[in-house]
Design a protein. Sequence first.
Length: 273
Amino acid sequence: MSKLRGCIFFVLVLLVGGMLLTGCASSKDTVAKEDVGIVGDWKLSSVLRNGAELVIPQDVTVTFSATIPEVGSYTYDVTGVAGVNNYGGPVTIEGDMYSGGPFWLTQMAGPTPLEDFERLYLETLTDADVFSIAADGHGMEIAKSSGETALLFNKFKFDGSHWKLIAYFDGTGVRSVDQSKNVPELSFGTKMDISGFSGSNFIVGDYTVDYALRAISFQDIGTTRMAAPAGEAAVLEQVYTDLLHKTANFVWSGSELRLIGKDGTTLLVFASK
C-alpha cells in the first residue's frame, strides 16, 4: 500500500495548496493486454450510407458472445442495443465473408428518428455480406459489398472512461442514488489504475480485466481521510468500496455500466460522464 499512501499524500499536499484533484495516476508502467479477436463489446462509431456519414442519434452496441464457436463453426451469438430496442441473433463470419440474422428484437417504442435509424442499422446487419477487423483488434467493419451501407465499430475498453454512480445494491435490492447530492464517481486510467470519489473522499486503486469474459476485479482500493462522512454519506462510502471489492464481472451497454458479483447480483450501476 506504499503507492497508495504516496498518492494520498500527494493529493493532500495539492489540496492544502488550494488545488482540487479528482484522482491520481498509478505508477505502473504496464497497460491492459487487448483481446484482438472478435469476441467482446463493440460500439457503433460511424455509419456510411452511399458515401455520406450519418448522425448516430444514440448509443448503438453489439456484443459477440464469449463462447468461442466450435472448431469448424464460424457462427457467433450476438446481442446489443439498436438505439431503442435490444436485439440478438446469429452472425456467421468466415474470413471476410459475413452473414447475419434472423435477429430477435424487443418491442419498445421510441421517437421516430431513433426508430428509423434502428431500422436501417438492423437491415444492414441482416443484409451485409463483408467483414473486416483492424490489425490491432480495435476497429471492425460490417458492410454491404455494393458499398451502399457500412457500419464501423470501436471495441469497448475502460481506459480513459469516466462514470458516476446511479444505483447500488443495499443488501436487499438495487437502490437509486440521489443525484442532487455528492455521488461516487469512478475513472479508469490507462495503466490499469482507477481514481475517483467515494461520495466524501478521493479513491484510488488498481483493476484487472478480461474483456472476452467480461471479468473485472479491483485491488488495493483505498480512500483519503480528508472528510469524516456522517449518516447516509458514511454508509454509502463504506458500501461503495465494499461492493467494488466484491465485483467479478461487468455488463456494458454504451452509456451504462453494471458491476456484477460472483453470484450474478448487480452491485453497482453507473452512467457515463
